[in-house]
Design a protein around this ligand. Structure first.
Ligand SMILES: C[S@@+](CC[C@H](N)C(=O)[O-])C[C@H]1O[C@@H](n2cnc3c(N)ncnc32)[C@H](O)[C@@H]1O
Length: 222
C-alpha cells in the first residue's frame, strides 16, 4: 500500500490513532515552514488529511468566533476571498456570511479537498499577488480574509498591502504566540480595529480594516 494511503487510513476521521498521528506528522512536516514561502513543504504536509486539526473544538470555536467578528464589522457581504483556505474547513463557516466565496491556497491537495467540501465555492491554487481566478466585477472583493496564514509568508507587509488592494474590507487573525511578528505590519493601518478570540487556553488576535478609511478610527476590543 502506498505511504500516502496508509497515512490516510490511520488518520481518517474518527480513527482512534488520528490525534496522535496528526500531532506527530505535523511536528515532522512543519519543520522549517515558518516565514519562508515553503510551498513544497505545505503540499507535503497535506499528504495527511486535516494536518492542522481543524475539526477540534478549539478550531471550530475559532471559526464560529471569527464569523462573529465578521458579522459585527462587515455584516453579510457579496464576495469574500479567503487566503489560505486549506481544505475548506473555515470556508464552510465563511460561506454562511457571503453570496460568493473564493478560496486561495498554495497547496493543490488542499484545494482539491476544499472543492469536494464546498462545490459551490471557487477555489484555486495560487498566491495573493497572482490570483488564479477573476476578481468580481469592479475588481475588488467585498471582504478579504487571511486567517492563520500570514506567518507562512516571507513578506507579511507585502501581503497586507496586496490584501488592501484587493478588498473593500480586510480581516486577519493570527495565533497569539506569533502576534509580534504579524502585528508590526498592521499597526499603522488607518482605522484598524483589533480584538481577541479565546478558546482557553488559546488566544488569537484579529485585525479588521477598510482600506482608504480615515486615520483615527483605531480601537482595541475584546
Ligand atoms: C494553518 S492553515 C489555515 C487554514 C484556514 N485559513 C484556517 O484558519 O483554518 C494555513 C494555510 O495557508 C496556506 N498558505 C500558506 N502560504 C500561503 C500563500 N502564500 N498563499 C495562499 N495560501 C497559503 C497553507 O497551505 C495552509 O493551507
Amino acid at each position: 500500500m502506498a505511504r500516502k494511503n496508509l497515512l490516510e487510513l490511520i488518520a481518517r476521521e474518527g480513527a482512534p490513532a488520528r490525534a496522535l498521528v496528526s500531532k506527530v506528522w505535523r511536528r515532522y512536516a512543519m519543520r522549517g515552514i515558518g516565514g519562508n514561502d515553503n510551498h513544497a513543504a505545505l503540499e507535503t504536509l497535506y499528504a495527511l488529511p486535516d494536518p492542522w486539526g481543524m475539526t477540534t473544538a478549539r478550531e471550530q470555536s475559532r471559526f464560529v468566533q471569527t464569523n462573529g467578528v465578521i458579522a459585527a464589522h462587515a455584516g453579510r457581504v457579496g464576495s469574500l476571498l479567503e487566503i489560505g483556505s486549506g481544505e475548506g474547513h473555515q470556508s464552510e463557516h465563511l460561506a454562511q456570511l457571503c453570496d460568493k466565496l473564493y478560496g486561495l491556497d498554495v497547496s493543490e491537495r488542499a484545494v482539491e479537498r476544499a472543492r469536494e467540501r464546498l462545490p459551490g465555492a471557487t477555489f484555486g491554487v495560487g498566491e495573493l499577488t497572482a490570483l488564479p481566478f477573476e476578481a468580481p466585477p469592479g475588481g475588488k472583493f467585498d471582504l478579504v480574509v487571511a486567517c492563520e496564514v500570514l506567518y507562512y509568508l516571507s513578506d507579511i507587509g507585502r501581503a497586507v498591502e496586496a490584501m488592501s488592494g484587493l478588498g473593500r474590507a480586510c480581516l486577519v487573525t493570527f495565533f497569539c504566540p506569533s502576534a509580534r511578528r504579524v502585528a508590526e505590519h498592521l499597526q499603522d493601518i488607518p482605522g484598524l480595529q483589533r480584538g481577541w478570540i479565546y478558546h482557553d487556553p488559546y488566544a488569537w488576535l484579529w485585525a479588521y480594516w477598510e482600506p482608504g478609511a480615515e486615520p483615527g478610527g483605531d480601537s482595541a476590543q475584546s
